[in-house]
Design a protein around this ligand. Sequence first.
Ligand code: FES
Length: 143
Amino acid sequence: METKHVVVARVRDFPANTRRLVEVDGQEIGIFNVKGEYYALRSSCPHQGAPLCRGRVLGTNVSTKPYQMEYAHEGEIIKCPWHGWEFEISSGRSIFNPHKVRVRTYDVTVEPPEDEEEDPSIPMYPVTIEAGQVVVHVPVQRR
Ligand code: FES
């Protein structure tokens, strides 16, 4: 499948536990740095289409034993700003019905920077991750 490669930010400018929003072909996409890992979600809630990726990032309550709940997964859950449905950022799956309700996800990679021209007189050194750029890969929509 053909994809568009959209540069989101430099790694050094995109710290852990922050997000970026980009628009691709009229569709908002949220890219999240969750504890050093990058994930991308379509910013459209499957309930009624709210801008999901503008919601709060938090944790959720999980059942550890019968009648016992525990707050966990801090920074890994996005909560819809309209009615509060919660989704796991890494998979797009809803918390309440993970097998049936989910948000579209996109691949995210870290790639060497494109904007630095190669000069053969300059010795080459390995590029650090921090100098790289975060890129989201979005399938091209055929109309
Ligand atoms: S639109 Fe997201 S929970 Fe209703």
